[in-house]
Design a protein around this ligand. Structure first.
Ligand code: NAD
Length: 425
């Protein structure tokens, strides 16, 4: 190399690495190349061509000074009232109750075929997810979030192992065998989602010693064994070795229909045991059998932080605990096993559990009318895709977070269809 070229190369290295000591610059530069290459390798190769999460290209527009009317809160409020009024007038003209009309013109919420149609599966099969093992707890039919998450993980190339509540296991396996879920099992390439194994599980019991006699002899548990959280984790390790993804998609509150003021101590503690502590217990037992870099997620609901009358029995408290635990567990599990812990705050969905509460259709209606993405029904697959993203290396820097997937409803401070906003003049 000529001395001029060497100087040029040398200056380039110094500029790239910022190394102060010029003699160290070439080595620093090569270290940097290696570091860059390593970071690069964590990107799923399939996503390099067409990344679904690539932000849209934004063409900057020339700055425009806002006119005084635009920034006046008085005018803002007035124009908003006018818009709401005209909406109300239009509704009166068609003789509809606010918020009721839209839903009839929308796709049915509970049609599984529709909700899980394969075109919904835009989550890509990626080399980084292929071969990853996911344990999903809380799947007993094809209507809930657990199913949608399983499907998106399977679509991304994961091997999916299920943990199904013991009393629901028999009917779930029978329906699966008889092909009742075949339409919902379809992946984008036309193949059917397969479960590597379905384990019986009851997340309320940590070890068999905790199981009271009336449950041990209950006929809904007969014929099943090793279904406590600890035993289930042991079985999974025995059959599959280490896993990469842990999904907690379950909740139970026996007194959910009762206001908190009328909830018994037992009902409240049962809600926390099944819906919050179960997550802690699962992480305690599955954490040691998870690969470094793995991820755990759970499902929460807005009632943890905002008042949702009707979501009672201590379930709102259970979701608040789940969200708080997500942060503490993110720290502890991150330091101990190098795994990430997040939760998804999902919008209303007409799942089996939600129907038991009794007012899920009203909540769906409310969301359709008032969420920023109004008139777009929330699909379980949108939660599934977020879960698949959170569990993938694409989210390697996200832990301890609560991610809202609710068409933006959580951000609203006002119900746009509130009667008090309507004016007669
Ligand atoms: P779902 O009925 O599909 O799922 C609940 C599952 O929990 C069922 O499979 C049930 O068998 C299982 N389960 C209950 N008790 C159990 C136990 N002791 N051990 C093991 N499994 C048990 O209903 P979903 O609505 O999809 O619920 C999944 C998660 O999503 C829950 O945490 C729920 O609170 C949350 N979520 C639901 C909504 C909604 O509107 N549906 C909104 C936000 C969050």
């Amino acid at each position: 190399m000529s001395s001029a070229m060497a100087t040029q190369q040398f200056t380039a290295n110094v500029l790239r690495t910022g190394a102060r000591n010029a003699r160290k610059a070439p080595r620093a530069a090569s270290r940097m190349t290696v570091r860059a290459a390593q970071t690069d390798l964590t990107l799923p190769i399939d996503l390099r061509g067409e990344c679904p999460f690539r932000p849209p290209v934004v063409v900057p527009r020339p700055m425009r000074r806002p006119s005084p009317t635009r920034i006046s809160p008085r005018i803002d409020a007035r124009s908003m009232r006018r818009r709401l009024q005209s909406l109300a007038t239009r509704r009166r003209r068609i003789g509809a109750r606010p918020g009721r009309r839209q839903i009839s013109t929308l796709r049915p919420q509970n049609d599984a075929t529709d909700r899980y149609r394969s075109s919904d599966l835009s989550f890509p099969r990626s080399s980084s997810s292929t071969g990853k093992k996911a344990f999903v707890a809380g799947v007993a039919d094809d209507q809930g979030f657990g199913w949608a998450i399983s499907k998106c993980l399977a679509q991304a190339g994961c091997e999916v192992i299920l943990g199904t509540w013991v009393p629901a296991l028999n009917i779930f396996e029978t329906s699966l065998r008889r092909g009742k879920f075949d339409e919902s099992r379809k992946l984008s390439d036309g193949s059917l989602m397969e479960f590597a194994k379905v384990y019986p599980m009851d997340a309320v019991f940590d070890t068999y010693d905790d199981v009271p006699e009336e449950i041990r002899t209950n006929k809904r548990y007969a014929g099943n064994e090793k279904w406590t959280v600890a035993e289930c984790a042991e079985q999974v390790e025995k059959d599959f070795g280490k896993i990469d993804i842990l999904v907690h998609s379950l909740a139970n509150g026996p007194e959910v229909a009762k206001p908190l003021l009328e909830t018994s101590r037992n009902g409240y503690l049962a809600a926390l045991s099944a819906s919050s502590y179960s997550k802690v217990s699962m992480l305690q037992r599955f954490g040691p059998i998870m690969n470094k870099g793995g991820a755990a997620i759970s499902l929460t609901y807005l009632a943890s932080e905002r008042i949702i009358p009707g979501y009672g029995g201590g379930m709102s408290s259970a979701k608040a605990a789940l969200e708080s635990d997500t942060q503490v567990l993110a720290y502890e599990a991150g330091r101990k096993w190098g795994i990430r812990v997040n939760t998804i705050s999902a919008g209303p969905l007409g799942s089996r559990a939600a129907k038991a509460i009794g007012f899920i259709d009203d909540m769906i209606n409310y969301s359709l009318t008032n969420a920023p993405l109004a008139e777009k029904p929330l699909s379980a697959m949108e939660i599934g895709q977020t879960a698949a993203f959170l569990c993938s290396p694409l989210a390697s820097g996200i832990t301890g977070s609560c991610i809202y997937v609710d068409n933006g409803l959580h951000a609203m401070g006002l119900a746009t269809d509130a009667k008090s906003l309507e004016r007669s003049d």
